[in-house]
Design a binder for this molecule. Structure first.
Ligand code: CTP
Length: 407
């Protein structure tokens, strides 16, 4: 699936050492289906050549305002694109955009467009921490534009610090995120992520093979589609958004309490976590030492079924609350899935076969059957977890819309 099919983008390139990375971004944007017009500043040409951009771009690169035969080329390009992404956005470009200054093609297009704007900042570490640059970024963000922060790493001249252009993938995700349908704006969704850990003693636990990748993909998809997300997670999601609240948990008991309380003011729960069915009845307070006599006996007791409990709660507080469960199966996948959706009482169950090499825990891809309580079924063939996440979120949106329609 191409994520930017039919999207028209102006790719601004500023005059910084990271300008060469814009070539890779250009190629990735085009691969994703976008029509890309490169717009380079004169300073960018000190670092990269026009020929490369001419070869890889979808339209002739723009450098000057005055080489087009049209009398108003800057507004023409600005009006025609869906998004302007600038990488690298130097301190100078950020300053011009913050103050509305226009003295070349890129700065003029930025001020004359009403398209989405994504600026991937890159500069030397001293410049990045300068109060003038920080204030410009604050101004830009306050106006609703996206600034992708630079990363820590090696900079020009051998220095190390914050200022290196973010990875191409991060900038690409920011662009895709801006263009995604925001069909969940105004909705609050709780997602559980990762696998629970049940303590044996302070250093040992009973765990499972869940990597949390599918859950994180769902969190990213929900954020891109405008939802407010609470992630109840056993791992650090390494995602930041003002629409994301992360509650870190370890055990099933902690996950249950955080999930039930977050669901009180939510529209949906996506129970993606692999929850241990059993926990150690009495975890040891101190580490069990080797050779300390008899081998310890671990007595297990059953954990609460979080999903079933939230389904029961939701019947009490809202008819419209949607519950989505996941089922990890190793045999009779569809039949077991159908039995499980009835047993759990959830609206949707995403069933996957974890016995297969390509879809076992921790893999990059997944293949699932999305079952609905009404018996309908949707099959998502082997695809990256982010695409599977999009299918799960589509099913959620369909269910939300059908409930709203019924009312
Ligand atoms: N789940 C839960 N609480 C548990 C166990 C599971 O909320 N104590 C949720 C999972 O997050 C998942 C769904 O229930 O969304 C199904 O999990 P799964 O492990 O497939 O099923 P179990 O209920 O554990 O049944 P079984 O192990 O017998 O297959």
């Amino acid at each position: 699936m191409k994520r930017l099919e039919g999207v028209s983008i102006a790719l601004g390139v500023g005059g910084g050492i990271a300008a060469y990375k814009a070539v890779e971004l250009l190629r990735r944007l085009v691969d994703e289906g976008a029509h890309v017009t490169p717009v380079l500043t004169k300073n960018a040409l000190n670092f990269v050549g026009l020929t490369t951009f001419r070869a890889l771009g979808s339209s002739e690169p723009v450098v000057s305002l005055f080489e087009d035969s049209s009398p108003i080329p800057h507004t023409k390009l600005g009006q025609g694109v869906d998004l302007v992404v600038v990488a690298p956005a130097t301190a100078d470009i950020l300053s011009k955009f913050a103050t509305g200054a226009c003295d070349d093609a890129l700065s003029t297009i930025l001020v004359s467009t009403d398209a989405k704007v994504v600026l991937a900042a890159a500069m030397h570490k001293e410049m990045w921490s300068h109060p003038a640059v920080m204030e410009n970024i604050e101004t830009i963000r306050r106006r609703g534009f996206t600034v992708v922060d630079p990363e820590h790493g090696r900079l020009a001249g051998g220095d190390v610090g914050f200022g290196r252009l973010a990875a191409t993938e991060v900038i690409l995700d920011a662009v895709v995120g801006q263009m995604a349908t925001r069909d969940l704006a105004g909705y609050h969704v709780v997602v559980t992520v990762g696998g629970t850990r049940e303590a044996i003693d302070p250093v040992r636990y009973i765990g499972n093979r869940s990597s949390g990748r599918q859950g994180l993909a769902i969190v990213s998809e929900l954020l891109d589609r405008g939802a407010h997300v609470t992630a109840i997670s056993t791992i650090d999601p390494a995602l930041s958004s003002s629409y994301l609240e992360v509650v870190r948990v370890e055990s099933a008991i902690e996950m249950e309490s955080a999930t039930r309380s977050a669901c009180k003011d939510a529209n949906a729960l996506i129970m993606c976590a692999a929850v241990a069915d059993y926990r150690v009845e009495s975890p040891l307070v101190n580490k069990f030492k080797r050779g300390s006599g008899n081998l310890p006996e671990i007595k297990l007791v059953e954990n609460p079924d979080i999903l079933a409990n939230v389904v029961a709660d939701s019947k009490m507080y809202s008819q419209n609350f949607i519950t989505i469960g996941f089922a990890a199966e190793t045999e009779n996948v569809e039949a077991n899935g159908r039995a499980k959706i009835v047993k759990k009482g959830c609206d949707i169950l995403v069933v996957n076969d974890v016995s297969r090499e390509e879809t076992r825990f921790g893999s990059a891809d997944n293949e699932v059957i999305i079952l609905s309580a009404d018996g309908s079924l949707k099959y998502i063939p082997l695809a990256p977890k982010r695409e599977v996440a999009a299918g799960v979120v589509d099913a959620l949106v369909e269910r939300l819309l059908s409930i709203e329609f019924e009312q």
